[in-house]
Design a protein around this ligand. Structure first.
Ligand code: ZN
Length: 95
């Protein structure tokens, strides 16, 4: 009976040592990092709710481009953007 008790105590001791080792190993990997498998947190995915907003803005800007007015250059007669301050063809400054 004493021998069996020693076996059981030995097993419990081994189990405790293993659990302690595993716990400290986990803590070590958690704080120091495992060189084989770097504890790199996955980068957060781009926020989905913010995605439609730029698209809507792009649509608005595209619409602005579509309705953008053109003016005729007084120097060369080319049609240039009304927002441009200089003709792209002859370089004449718009009045
Ligand atoms: Zn011009």
């Amino acid at each position: 009976m004493g021998f069996l008790l020693k076996i059981i105590l030995f097993g419990v001791a081994i189990y405790a040592v293993w659990k302690t080792f595993a716990r400290w190993k986990g803590l070590y990997d958690k704080f120091v990092g495992n060189p084989q498998e770097p504890a790199r947190p996955a980068p957060p995915p781009p926020p989905r709710p913010a995605a439609p907003r730029p698209a809507a803005d792009a649509q608005v800007s595209a619409r602005k481009v579509v309705i953008e007015e053109t003016v005729q250059c007084a120097g060369c007669g080319a049609y240039i953007s009304a927002g441009a301050d200089k003709c792209g063809h002859c370089g004449r400054l718009r009045a």
